[in-house]
Design a protein around this ligand. Structure first.
Ligand SMILES: Cc1cc2nc3c(=O)[nH]c(=O)nc-3n(C[C@H](O)[C@H](O)[C@H](O)COP(=O)(O)O)c2cc1C
Length: 226
């Protein structure tokens, strides 16, 4: 049991840090980078089933993210029901068809060309799971509103943890943002203080799939040392 102490009137537990040598720091940071650098957005999935407990563990990892005043302003909906996936695909494609034909600017459509995306989203039915992440603008406890802080930052960080956990487990995802996303609230029957944030199909990548041949910025192009 961790040693406990009251600080400013509130209970704290002793943090048991894992001690690392300088060379371990370097090795571990390099290994993690190499693992994360292999992550790619995948848009074609195998239908192979995956144990639900794997997905639960991945979502548990997302829930370890830091959040403004520790309000944890997120809800993760885990969907495997084919009927619900079908409804989500139909609604997403309806919105995406309008977006691609009239809502997106030419610049936006040109920027998407190298990625080869269009309004069709078969991955929403092919992937064995969909995770729909909702941000909670405020919380509700016993019928009372609870203030939340830095909701976008908090949920964005939790999604980063989620995507890293999906990749680390050996699975793949696409960070999908059909726009507008209100249909997800209706299909999943979420309360009005929850707003859809991201839609992530999760599964094994299709055996013979290809990803866009794009480059990542070099460190010196996005880091400034002072
Ligand atoms: C906020 C956000 C929204 C995205 N929306 C979509 C999307 O709606 N459809 C899609 O196919 N990819 C989407 N992507 C994936 C990006 O296109 C992809 O991350 C980018 O091209 C880099 O490729 P990589 O993830 O393989 O490194 C989105 C990514 C982010 C971070």
């Amino acid at each position: 049991m961790s040693e406990k102490k009251r600080i400013k009137g509130h209970l704290h537990i002793r943090y048991e840090a894992e001690k690392r040598t300088a060379s371990e720091l370097l090795q571990r940071s390099q290994d993690f980078y190499t693992m994360m650098d292999r992550r790619r957005t995948i848009r074609e999935f195998e239908k192979t089933p995956i144990d639900r407990s794997v997905l639960e563990q991945i979502i548990r990892t997302a829930g370890t993210a830091p959040s403004g005043a520790h309000k944890q302003p997120w809800t993760f909906c885990l969907i495997s029901d084919p009927e619900i996936k079908k409804k989500i695909r139909e609604a997403a494609e309806e919105e995406e068809k309008i977006s691609y034909t009239s809502r997106m600017t030419d610049t936006w459509k040109n920027d998407l060309k190298p990625l080869g995306t269009d309004w069709e989203k078969p991955f929403l039915e092919e992937a064995p799971y969909l995770i729909v992440v909702f941000k909670q603008s405020y919380g509700m406890e016993n019928g009372e509103k609870v203030q939340h802080y830095y909701v976008n930052e908090s949920v964005g960080i939790a999604c980063g943890f989620l995507i890293a956990a999906i990749h680390q487990a050996g699975l793949a995802t696409v960070t999908h943002t059909p726009s507008p996303m209100n249909f997800l609230s209706q299909i999943l029957n979420r309360p009005s203080h929850e707003k859809p944030f991201l839609l992530l199909p999760v599964g094994y990548p299709k055996e013979n799939t290809y990803v866009p041949d794009i480059e990542r910025k070099k460190l010196e192009d996005f880091m400034i040392s002072y």
